[in-house]
Design a binder for this molecule. Structure first.
Ligand code: VGL
Ligand code: ZN
Length: 198
């Protein structure tokens, strides 16, 4: 069984000082680097939005960050502008060992659809291509870490479990945004989907 380490969105905008800073987001980096040596595959994801992305509150007249809106594909949290393609905030944290990565997958580049998950956009049908990459490499087991536990890690873990991968999330190597109970909901959703939380 080949296990891949999937490192979700360890980018400057999700670390302290960033546009959508996750509390303690930079505290997990050394631990993640430490896992890379033993992993048989290392995959990094990178949130990668065009300016004016539909998930940004600034793209919706009169709306503020962290409010909910309805998109054609369902409810969507409106975020501060973050991870704009090519900006410093979209870059990986300088301490993250990016040289060890076999694959970097970008997501959220479609202006009309957000993409929390590393496997599918938020419409839950448009694939990112990661599933095909994993399968063609014979990878069936995933260890997930990164930011944010209750959004991108959660959606990635649940989608991967639904697609038949064995998924473990190292909670100590994740940090959460925790918006209106989103962390508790994410934990129970992951467990219901068969994800192992350790
Ligand atoms: C994320 C909100 C918006 C994440 C990405 O990486 O969890 N959260 N875009
Ligand atoms: Zn985003």
């Amino acid at each position: 069984m080949t296990t891949a380490l999937i490192v979700i969105d360890v980018q400057n905008d999700f670390c302290p000082g960033g546009a959508l800073a996750v509390p303690g987001g930079d505290e997990i980096i050394d631990g993640i680097n430490g896992l890379m040596a033993d992993a048989s595959a290392v995959i990094l994801t990178q949130d990668w939005h065009p300016a004016g992305h539909s998930s940004f509150a600034s793209s919706h007249e009169g709306r503020a960050p962290y409010e909910l809106t309805d998109m054609p594909y369902g409810p969507q949290v409106l975020w501060p502008d973050h991870c704009i393609q090519g900006s410093p905030g979209a870059g990986f944290h300088t301490r993250l060992d990016v040289d060890r990565a076999d694959m970097i997958i970008r997501k959220g580049y479609n202006p009309a659809i957000d993409s929390y998950s590393a496997l599918f956009e938020n419409d839950h049908v448009t694939p990112t291509g990661l599933e095909g990459y994993l399968r063609t490499r014979g990878i069936s087991e995933l260890l997930m870490v990164g930011l944010a536990l209750d959004f991108c890690v959660n959606f990635s873990a649940v989608d991967a479990a639904k697609q038949g991968f064995r998924v473990t999330v190292r909670e100590d190597l994740c940090r959460a945004i925790d918006l209106d109970g989103s962390l508790d909901a994410a934990r129970s959703g992951m467990r219901d989907a068969g994800v192992t939380l350790i």
